[in-house]
Design a protein around this ligand. Structure first.
Ligand SMILES: Nc1ncnc2c1ncn2[C@@H]1O[C@H](COP(=O)(O)OP(=O)(O)O)[C@@H](O)[C@H]1O
Ligand SMILES: [Mg+2]
Length: 504
């Protein structure tokens, strides 16, 4: 096993610890943010944004992003053809390379939740008679009233959202489906319509249909260098491998499905084995997620994770697997980080505000060192500015924060908020996205210019427009989707302010 290098090393040299990543209120005073934002707006292209955001979530599969996004754009422009689904994609490639993740990520970006996908596990429809589960039994059959078809118009509509009428439909592991199901699918792909057992129809003209399959995956694995990870240094080899994998996939598909079926697929996308660089990015994402999880779940008992370079290298090495792709990495993180941490939390071995250093020890073990124990009294008594024109929420939080000994300032507009900000210099600001005279994200960015240490949290009842979401990501603003629990807000503020107060 070759030592994975560079990207993580670069990160470590810049000495960006996880803690600063999460806690820094983006003190980037060196660049004038307002100009930057103006530029971003002028250049704003929604498709570009969606592509970039999808690529951030599905690492190292640029072909997939590039192929899928134009179909969504076509739908959003009202130019999708009638009488067929908006797009039909067959996703091929080795296990754990992001096929299913792509659809979940799209669901999150379009509808606000990974769960907004109508998913059919084709493994459940291997026998001819099981297809009735999918479309319901015809009238006259015993028990036809009790069989609730899996695919109904109602279920299809339920995975859309008020922001986007495009539904995502996933037929997972299509190679396992019985031939009768493939025939059924043929109608869906061809006409965009499925006729149910009770003779009603389901319309897929506002759907993207994804078929995933590991057809050819075994041959693909054999084709890939069995000894090493996929160092991107060998660019030529990689391009070569890409086209080899594609042709393996295609010939497996042609062997399994009829030409009519294959003809109705708009794009066949072959997912690539993940490179060491991609796995390293995925690892970093998981560690950031873990820290965020600690912050929201533990609230005032939360702590700061520190996972140094050597440890990350170790996790990468353990978690690299040709056979299982990033799944192996997920398992490794669970085994070496999440589980041991959970045990320590459960047995009260980590005091609030501590720095938990995950150090590489001997014998393939990680030593968990709890540092700064006993320091950091969790956020003293912060002053919090709450800007929202929802009076009920204002009053509710006011009471709660007063009970916790915090000072709460409230404003119902951006103008009012700016005045309070100047006068009282609060530690944290909780800003509603929709304000009568502006928007909370831009207000937050403005606040950071005079108070770079301030914690800004954005609340919203809708999905943020892409440029605002990008701003939140850039400035590390947590976004709370309404409705949320009051304890979520309190915990966010407590956990994020605690270490800052401790450092001061
Ligand atoms: N390209 C990727 N980018 C980010 N995470 C990934 C990627 N590929 C796999 N993963 C991680 O591995 C898990 C399994 O991936 P999945 O998409 O279900 O694999 P498959 O290709 O077999 O459908 C995902 O939940 C995600 O955490
Ligand atoms: Mg999958």
């Amino acid at each position: 096993m070759k030592e994975p290098e560079r990207p993580a090393e670069r990160r470590s040299k810049r000495n960006r610890s996880l803690a600063t990543d999460i806690l820094k209120p983006e003190a980037g005073v060196d660049k004038p943010k307002s100009t930057q934002n103006r530029n971003r707006k002028q250049l704003h292209d929604p498709a570009e944004d969606l592509a970039a955001r999808l690529a951030r979530k599905v690492v190292g599969q640029p072909a997939a992003t590039k192929v899928i996004v134009p179909y969504i754009q076509m739908f959003q422009a009202g130019l999708a053809p009638e009488g067929r689904p908006v797009g039909v994609f067959l996703l091929l490639g080795p296990t754990g390379t992001g096929k299913t993740k792509t659809i979940e990520a799209l669901a999150e970006l379009l509808h606000g939740s990974e769960k907004n996908v109508l998913k059919v596990d084709c493994g459940e429809f291997q026998m001819e008679h099981e297809v009735a589960k999918l479309i319901g039994a015809p009238p006259g059959y015993l028990g036809h009233r009790e069989t609730q078809p899996m695919l109904t118009q109602q279920k299809l509509n339920a995975v859309t959202s008020e922001h986007c009428a495009l539904s995502l439909v996933l037929f997972d592991e299509i190679e396992k489906a019985a031939p009768s199901m493939t025939r059924l699918l043929l109608g869906v792909l061809d006409k965009g319509v499925l006729r149910l057992g009770d003779n009603s129809t389901v319309n897929f003209e506002k759907s993207l249909v994804f078929l995933t399959s590991n057809l050819g995956a075994r041959d693909m694995t054999r084709e890939m260098n069995p000894e090493f990870g996929f160092q991107s240094a060998h660019v030529a080899d990689r391009a070569d491998l890409t086209s080899k994998l594609q042709s393996i996939g295609l010939s497996a598909v042609k062997k399994k499905f009829s030409p009519e079926f294959v003809n109705r697929i708009d794009c066949i996308i072959t997912y690539q084995p993940l490179t060491v660089e991609s796995l390293s990015t995925i690892l970093d994402q998981h560690i950031v997620d873990l820290q965020n999880h600690v912050n929201t779940r533990l609230g005032e008992r939360s702590f700061t994770l520190d996972v140094p370079f050597d440890t990350r290298q170790f996790l990468l090495q353990k978690g690299t697997s040709q056979e299982y792709g990033a799944r192996e990495l997920n398992r490794t993180i669970h085994r070496y980080l999440t589980q041991p941490l959970a045990t320590m939390v459960a047995t009260n071995q980590i005091p609030p505000g501590a720095r938990v250093l995950m150090e590489l020890g001997e014998d393939d073990k990680l030593n968990i060192n709890v540092l700064d124990a006993g320091g950091a009294p969790a956020a003293a008594n912060p002053t919090v500015l709450l800007v929202d024109d929802n009076r009920d929420l204002l009053h509710f939080l006011e009471r709660l924060m007063a009970d916790a000994g915090w000072t709460l300032l409230t404003a119902e507009s951006a103008t009012e908020a700016k005045q309070l900000m100047q006068k009282h210099k609060p530690n944290a600001a909780l800003l509603d996205y929709m304000l009568p005279d502006g928007n909370g994200v831009e207000l937050g960015v403005e606040f950071l210019q005079t108070a770079p240490q301030m914690l800004v949290i954005v609340m919203t009842g809708t999905i943020l427009p892409p440029e605002e979401e990008a701003l939140c990501e850039e400035h590390n603003f947590p976004v709370l989707r309404k409705p949320f629990l009051a304890s979520d807000v309190m915990n966010q503020i407590r956990s994020r302010l605690a270490p800052i107060t401790a450092r001061a």
